[in-house]
Design a protein around this ligand. Structure first.
Ligand code: NAD
Length: 500
């Protein structure tokens, strides 16, 4: 680390501290290449200290009354609202997305904080009276202890907020944000402290593979939530499961939309262009493949026109529809995949490479790009491009399109555009994808439901936030109790398994 550049702090035991690490990396504005800060790769000793602090804090936190815990989330949601503009500006500077979309990123996380404030109602057990004579059975949902979260670069506000608010409703937590854009995540953690989260309940360590592996292996961590690529998620799932932890991993995607010829053309193409190119395609729920059915295959020129109308610029520029890719490495990857698409024979309808973005000549920009004639064996179809690149395919019938989607290994999200209720119902019945939109391009559920990506997009049974994550972050304890009624005490010994 060097003198005048700000450093990103660790959060251990309620204190923001400077890391002792010798390994640091720059946090870079992807529109300008300006160095915004330096982030440490925490040492093994620092990871241990964060976990130890969480372990100690759990002893008192788990006994803190529900109302006291819930009131912290009520205060926290208020603080996030008050700091919305500041958080969005920080997010845009380090991640690149537009300011409006950055506010959306914070807001979709804020919704989870609001939901966590209702933890008293969400974490209720069940009771059955008189399951046998004088016997009642009830369940308690008890927190696990120290939990940990590992997050990706593309939603540096929403995804940490998917994790730690619901986790610390009863547990304590160690968060490892993306090393590419950790600043807004840290600001959200500072606000959590200001809202009253006690020392040790929420800790943050920064870093890369070594810190992630230390989390997977640490004997005092009981559960790990991961969101990121399929390769790393699979590694985390295997390694942390081997170490006996509960693990949930939300991973990569290839999300298809089907457009039927009876769909509202204007509305459908607007939705598809927004979902394919918004956030420069760096969303796990981005629509990256559109399957035009029958006559709808004639709509390609209209789709290209929509894509061309979008404004590419720094996320801070008024009217920008999409910003840069997060890094120079991402720019190289996406450009390389476009090149492969051409080499493998897809038709490049719109080439977004090397765009001129006035005032931001050094930015990692790719403009909306569209391929048609895409085949299932091509690299641009098999790989998650994670850039503003849309693959267009054709199908004669809806069933042919459904078959294509079901044959793809991923199952994060999908959508259909149609005016036919019967077609929509057939689609949602037959499609093997965990999150389905009907005339909704990015069907990310609100927090009273859970994020339910499926198949290769997910490892573990329970998804983030909502009811499923209440299960994930708690152990169900079932208590069967009998209080003897003095007059009813019998004199026989029961050697059967039956409750009598
Ligand atoms: P990534 O997998 O590179 O990084 C995720 C986290 O893993 C980061 O904290 C990173 O530091 C860590 N990491 C990176 N390499 C590692 C390694 N070799 N060993 C151990 N840890 C490592 O993902 P990313 O590029 O930050 O995010 C984009 C990916 O995340 C895309 O594939 C996207 O689809 C996926 N994603 C999925 C969802 C979902 O809900 N399914 C949501 C958002 C993003």
């Amino acid at each position: 680390m060097t003198g005048s550049i700000p450093t990103v702090k660790l959060l251990i035991d309620g204190q923001l501290i400077e890391s002792n690490s010798k390994q640091w990396r720059d946090v870079i504005n992807p529109a300008t290449q300006e160095i915004l800060a330096q982030v440490p790769f925490a040492t093994a000793e620092e990871v241990d200290r964060a976990v130890a602090s969480a372990k100690t804090a759990f002893k008192t936190w788990r006994k803190t009354p529900i109302g006291a815990r819930a009131r912290i989330f009520l205060k926290y949601q208020q603080l996030i609202r008050e700091h919305m503009k500041e958080l969005a500006a920080m997010l845009t500077a380090e991640q690149g997305k537009t300011l409006a979309d950055a506010e959306g990123d914070v807001f979709r996380g804020l919704e989870v904080v609001e939901h966590a404030a209702g933890i008293g109602n969400l974490q209720l057990g069940e009771l059955a009276n008189n399951v046998a004579s004088g016997v009642d059975t009830y369940t308690l949902l008890q927190p696990l202890g120290v939990c940990a979260g590992i997050t990706p670069f593309n939603f540096p506000a929403m995804i940490p907020l998917w994790m730690f608010p619901m986790a610390i409703a009863g547990n304590t937590f160690v968060l490892k944000p993306s090393e590419q854009d950790p600043m807004v995540t840290m600001r959200l953690c500072e606000l959590a402290l200001e809202a009253g989260v006690p020392p040790g309940v929420l800790n943050v360590v920064h870093g890369g593979p070594e810190v992630v592996n230390a989390i997977c292996d640490h004997p005092d961590i009981k559960a790990v939530s991961f969101v990121g690529s399929t390769k790393v998620g699979t590694h985390v799932y295997n390694r942390a499961s081997q170490a006996g932890k509960r693990v949930q991993c939300m991973m990569g995607a290839k999300n298809h939309a089907i457009v039927l010829p009876d769909a509202h053309k204007e509305q459908s193409l607007n939705a598809i262009a927004g979902a394919a190119f918004g956030a420069a395609g760096q969303r796990c729920m981005a629509l990256s493949v559109v399957v035009l059915v029958g006559e709808a295959q004639q709509w390609i020129p209209d789709l290209v026109a929509k894509a061309k109308s979008l404004k590419l610029s720094a996320g801070t520029e008024p009217g920008a529809d999409l910003g840069p890719l997060v890094s120079c490495a991402a720019l190289d990857r996406v450009s390389g995949l476009i090149e492969r698409g051409v080499a493998e024979g897809a038709t490049l309808e719109l080439d977004g490479r090397n765009p001129q973005v006035s005032g931001y000549e050094k930015g990692n920009f790719v403009a909306p790009t569209i391929f048609s004639g895409v085949k299932a064996e091509m690299s641009i179809y098999r790989e998650e491009i994670f850039g503003p690149v849309l693959c267009v395919m054709g199908a004669a019938t809806m069933d042919e399109a459904i078959e294509l989607i079901n044959a793809n290994p991923n199952g994060n999200g999908t959508a259909i555009f149609t005016r036919s209720g019967a077609a929509a119902r057939h689609f949602q019945e037959e499609i093997d994808v965990g999150q389905v939109g009907i005339n909704v391009p990015i069907p990310v559920p609100v927090p009273m439901f859970s994020f339910t990506g499926s198949r290769a997009s997910k490892l573990g049974d329970l998804g983030p936030y909502g009811k499923q994550v209440v299960q994930f972050y708690t152990q169900t304890k079932t208590v069967t109790e009998r209080w003897f009624d003095e007059e009813a005490v019998g004199s026989t010994v029961n050697t059967t398994i039956n409750l009598k």
